[in-house]
Design a protein around this ligand. Structure first.
Ligand code: SAM
Length: 180
């Protein structure tokens, strides 16, 4: 089994969008407890590797192709550690999420702030042709973000939750095929 139910979500999204492939170097942001990293490790196989970053340490993934970094992704110190492991990634996935407080606007703003940090970093460290998948708590800032993504990626897909979870404010965005 996987360390999170989220693992199945990544499996489903990757089947559809092929964000991660065999042999890829993958950066997983907000990776604890590690479900996405487990799925990514299966896909990249022994030919690739996964770097997982989270505020909380990721334990129990015994795979020599997994590198875990514990720390805050919004700090230069951690970003430098990520770059020291690998300067250029084939895919960036981010399930990073703030603590929700139940106020929709605030949750959205906090989520967007984290996503923008990950996005800025992704622009520097994702190779041309690579893809970026991330979670966002839905809100008014999404439109502007997507406009920006459309300049950096050839194809941007917004993935809304299925009908059974219509109340959820959680969406995923797949930005495919980085332009430069
Ligand atoms: N994808 C994961 C899995 O499948 O196991 C679940 C990720 S969970 C929904 C979101 C994670 O984002 C939390 O573990 C949280 O600690 C992390 N997070 C939030 N803010 C962060 C930050 N500034 N730096 C690093 N991780 C952060």
């Amino acid at each position: 089994g996987y360390k999170s139910r989220a693992a199945y979500k990544l499996k489903e999204l990757n089947t559809k969008y092929k964000i991660i492939k065999n042999g890829y170097k993958v950066l997983d942001c907000g990776a604890a407890p590690g479900g996405w990293s487990q799925v990514a490790l299966e896909i990249v196989s022994d030919k690739g590797f996964v770097v997982g970053v989270d505020l909380n340490p990721i334990t129990g993934i015994n795979n020599k192709n997994f590198i875990s970094i514990a720390g805050d992704f919004t700090t230069d110190e951690i970003l430098n550690q990520v770059l020291n492991v690998c300067p250029l990634y084939d895919a960036v996935i981010s399930d990073i999420a703030p603590h929700t407080i139940g106020i929709r606007d605030a949750d959205h703003t906090n989520s967007l702030e984290l996503v923008e940090k990950v996005y800025d970093f992704t622009i520097k460290t994702l190779k041309k042709g690579g893809s970026f998948l991330f979670k966002l708590f839905e809100g008014e800032g999404r439109k502007g973000l997507v406009e920006r993504l459309k300049k950096d990626f050839k194809d941007v897909r917004i993935i809304k939750p299925d009908a059974t979870r219509q109340g959820s404010m959680e969406i995923y965005i797949a930005a495919l095929n980085k332009v430069n």
